[in-house]
Design a protein around this ligand. Structure first.
Ligand code: DX5
Ligand code: ZN
Length: 218
């Protein structure tokens, strides 16, 4: 499967976000991961659809919007209008409405993803295989960049990839988010992920191009 690297702008300086996304594109990133936090679903507040709209003209890369918000369904139209290419919603925030929310995202012409937190089993994602373009497995507790990868996430990735294979959708994108480094990328990919979010690893690097290339190397 194609390995895609999605640097998270959470680790960057928001005052120069236009230049940042242009730089990511020049240095070989595949998507721009936008971490939207509402101060409720997770304690911090980051940014909303307005920032996504403002960065849209600065890159042709797909904008991968990870909504860490309560009631994500109330925000999806704004993100679609702002130019999001993919919107990820947490099963913990959507509850019984997860399927409905994913279908509403797709109805807006945007790719949809369902996300689980570290404490939620991946089986919570199984019902939505027909409604997603991507699954996202959180490998840290959401809310903050720079945390350590939770090793149990590898088993969750294996279980999820094997579920997709067994159910006739072996090529569904599986994204992993949190604590991805040049050291653990190999085992994360071997476990079944093909989309790697990396915040601190990319933005703390003195060689962004080299780091993105090395994350991709299997
Ligand atoms: C955590 C965010 C992540 C975060 C990853 O809530 O969803 O996308 O930016 O950061 P690193 O790569 O630094 O763990
Ligand atoms: Zn994220």
């Amino acid at each position: 499967m194609q390995i895609k690297i999605a640097p998270s702008i959470l680790a960057s300086d928001f005052s120069e976000v236009g230049q940042t996304v242009a730089l990511l594109e020049q240095n070989g990133a595949d998507m721009v991961h936008c971490d939207v936090m509402d101060g409720n679903f997770v304690p911090p507040i980051t940014f909303g659809a307005q920032l996504v709209k403002n960065i849209r003209p600065h890159t042709r890369l797909p904008l991968d919007c990870h909504l860490m918000t309560l009631h994500p369904q109330t925000h999806i139209e704004d993100f679609a209008a702002a130019g999001a290419d993919l919107i990820s919603v947490h099963v913990e925030a959507c509850g019984k409405q997860t399927g409905e929310v994913l279908r509403a995202i797709r109805a807006l012409g945007v790719k949809a993803a369902a996300v689980v937190n570290p404490a939620t089993p991946v089986s919570e994602l199984f019902d939505w295989l027909g409604d997603v373009d991507m699954y996202l497995v959180m490998s840290v507790v959401p809310g903050w960049g720079g945390q350590k990868f939770i090793p149990e996430s590898l088993k969750k990735l294996e279980e999820l990839r094997s579920f997709c294979v067994k159910n006739g959708k072996p090529d569904v994108d599986i994204e992993v988010d949190g604590g991805v480094t040049e050291q653990n990328a190999h085992e994360i990919i071997a476990a079944g992920a093909n989309v790697l979010v990396a915040g601190s690893t990319v933005f703390r690097s003195a060689d962004m191009r080299g780091t993105i290339a090395s994350l991709r190397r299997v």
